[in-house]
Unconditional design. Sequence first.
Lengths: 742, 399
Amino acid sequence: MRRHAEHFLRVVGGYPYVSNAGIAFVGENEAVLALELAVELPNGARLAGRSETGVRAVEPVEVVLQTGYPGRCPSFRLRHDFPVMPHLAPSDGKSLPVPCLVDGSPDEFFTQHDLVDAGIMAIVDQMCIWLKRAATGRLSNAKHGWEPLNRAAVLGTIFIDREHILGERIRKDAGCVWLRSRYLEKLYRAEEETPGFWVSNDLAPSLAALEQTFPFEFETRKDPGRTVAAVLWPSQKAVSKDLLADDVTTLGQLEARADLYGMGDQLRHFVKDLERRFEAMWVSAPLPVAVVLCVRRPFVLMGRSSSIECVAYSLNVHRPRSDNPSPALRPDIPVFPLRQVDMPSQGLFRSMSGALAIPNTSIIGCGSVGSKVGMHLARTGARILAVTDSAFLQPHNMARHALARSPFPQFKAPELAYELGRLGATTRSFIGDIIPALDEPDDLLRAVPTQSGLLVNTTASRLVREALSGCAGGRIKARVAEVTLFGRGDGAFVFAEGPLGNPSLSQLEASLYATVTKRERQLLFDPTHGLTQVQIGDGCGSLTMPMTDARLSAMTAMATEELCRMVGIEASVGGQIAIGVRDRTGLSTNWRRIAVPAFHNVKVEGGDWSLDIADDVVRLIRKEIATYPTAETGGLLIGTCNSRLRKITVVGTLPAPEDSKRSATSFVLGTKGLKKMISQRFRDSGGSLFDVGTWHSHLSDQGASALDWHTANSLARERPPPAVLLISTPLRFLAITGTSSH
Amino acid sequence: MAANLTFYPVGNGDMALVTLDNGQNILIDINIRASADGEDEDVHDVAQDLKDRLPRDDEDRPYVDAFLVSHPDADHVSGLRNHFHLGALDEYPDEEDKDRIVIREMWSSPIVFRRANSQHKLCDDAKAWATEARRRVNLFKEKGMDGTDSGDRILILGKDRDGKTDDIMDIVVLQDELITAANREEDGQFEARLLAPIYIDPDQEDAEELIDLLSKNNSSVILRFAIMADGTEDACRFLSGGDASVAIWDRLWQRHKDSNSDWLSYDVMETPHHCSWRTLSHDRWSEMGEDVKVSPDARNALSQCREGAHIVASSNPIKKEEPNPPHERAKREYVSITSADRFHCTEEFWEKNSRPIEFTISHQGPSFSHRVAAKKVAAAIGISAIPTVARGHGSRDGE
């Protein structure tokens, strides 16, 4: 941890707006760094030293590195009295406020950068942007929409038909209705309360004969229980502009909160009615009931068309038999927050296709792309042996998923397997994450059964792509392929690895970046809807890339056809890439194919890095050497460098500039114009390809010289990523890399 | 799209981009030197940077909604033929490497009606600007408002003293009037008051003297923008003054001090004439040194700051011993108007931060941008570090 903390400090030390940085704490599993960040403020606020929203010109920020780093994103905390605002989990008195920096998975955002250094720069930059927006109150406004409470981490869930409630139930004056609902006491095996509610659109009577408890009924093993969800709303005039910490934990606090929202009376009414229903009864076990507060906000919610925010809670009615019964709903009984999820309202996509015969297939990822690839393949008669995914089918998945399902929680993988089964397949499902499964032989066998001839990754996850790279021929016998969409479904690529995973998915990715066209580049690396899909700025994982089901299906279908061509029985076994992009008019989509021969692996002396060189590069180097038979020559190596995998991958070269010097015993690589060419390659490849080293020839079969080692060591001292020196002798390649300690 | 001001590092020259909330872009002057198109990494490739920021039309052509050349000097118009499409749009070249920028609407001073002569020498790019302007004016005469579409439009900023603009007054903005649309899109995004060039009535008493004064630099267009951001009008005032010298600023103060001094106020100002001494004083530094006096009128005209205002000098690094412009004494004067941390020089900033100076504009006004350039990030993590010096390799041992 200390090493990571020191490295982090070193990187942010070069960041111009980090005005102070130090290590606050280092433990076994955690390191805490203290940074001071200069905040970009409007002219007036800069003069005053703080913004109107209370953000200071220099803000202290804590960075926490935890176990798993750098595979995990560092987390950030602000000072305890940082003003409450959107995209911020406010302080609860004990912990510090936590800003929400990335829309989507912070870990994916962080690890999309090959170099940990780049990831650190990116996440610190994101923190600075966040503070800048916080300073001008721009984290949320009428234009971007009101940000609803972020309850992504809450496990208890309520599924409601929001449109129905807002459209059919809520009136101008304050009110309350009870809706018939089903419940499960525990959705997840967790220690905390994780109830689930499915709210129908049918009214339940709030008044009934005292001896009658309907619509309440306890959950049984076979059947979810029956209960009510009370929907409360304030009068049209009660608009809540204040953002309050999400810290309600008792019924008393809920009542106070409802008062603030302008529906305190409605809540008290509801509690009284509910109490009356159970007055003459003993309730043997707690019975969950849901409360939905429909809070009126000053402007429309993000990604919605209404300004009403639904904030839901659950509470338990429990009145055990007693001689001296107290009311069931006392102010001190606990209430629990519920994550609100929309009920589905969309139909199912039906497709037809045809393709060449392909090997028995296993699929990783059962999301919209994975499910569609699976259905397409199954409908060609391909045998889908296994599907893997760890997630639930959520109602919002219905927008583009191949399956239509009820909103009850069901895992994606078994559901997809079931559906494929109806097409005649005998598909097994594995509920879990493929990355840890790679190290668990039993799990791996369930995800990729022995008879699999093809493994298709549809997760679009950088981490999965990396993890699968290099598995083929070892832990996985099947050929590994990938289908990924990008640019709002205007682009897709398909990779198929070569024999024994050479080239691997990661090498294919680097090879693709070495040859991208202008349009491909625009879509792949566009910051707003590029490959990563990890959006920064507004919105906390509320929505994925917006695109129609039709667009996703169109691109996935074409990609599936391309996949079938690549892995068909008659196809070449070598590494292959296909990439398709829709042109700006939207009228046509152009695909191109690239065959990628196996990479050459060269052992690197002086470090734990491994070097893979594209075949094209090897041929180019040999051709160049042939033109200088009597002198040493060389050039610059362009490629990627992944510090997690300790891999340097070379996919291109830049020629030696004109001020280079060649002689029989030495080669001096000049500088003229080279930086500009590197910048161009770096830009064109979306920031992934850069100068990873040099190559030069030796006229006889002789290893690295003292001069070579000297150059290697001075390069190592000058920059954090390794720079490799590739030496080509008449008989072989060898490579060295320096260490900064020499 | 957020409103934004960008000041490019172009040596002693001007190049600024005003981006509006609605995504429109107004470019003010260019000085894209051959070195910036070349191999030298240490000169910013401003043309590429500009193209990266500009939107593209359906034909994938980058475009600016309006392009103002403040006056036709090389340091304000260089690179025009290389990087901008001139002529009718249906002649747009389609090859990938000729990714030229379309000028949807030109903003030009009436000086384009003056033929080059011994007093009025023009570089080739300036001649090309004048030719294109005349093409558009003629098209307007022929086809009128409705017949001139994006790519054929032009606004003439100021009335021509010889009556050359009399028959095209629909596309002429008079001194002291407002421009409220770029490329004729009335969207309430900004207004820009035309403070200069100063109109000379041929019949007025001092016409002869004025005509002499108002050549070249002093014919510069001076605009004071008021830019809307996040729905707030007038969120940022930006004063852009070309190369106008002290005589012009004296006159502007005399003209507006009593009732319209507010017309000169700003949140961000680009110093006229690359921080030259000539803007601020009638005295010659070479003769008087530290005894020189700043002209009070010009200083007044240039110091109508709103709270926390910034001043940007678009110039080479400012050094005491270097020739004028930029001038170190002028810098001291500007610092006294704002403060040391609110005075910026484009080339000094580039040397340190590898990017143009930028202000992002919110409803609370402009903020001096802290963005870290991608290039800076790349450099910090060591990308392009191999060719910083010549690197020796070889089989010969012992070196």
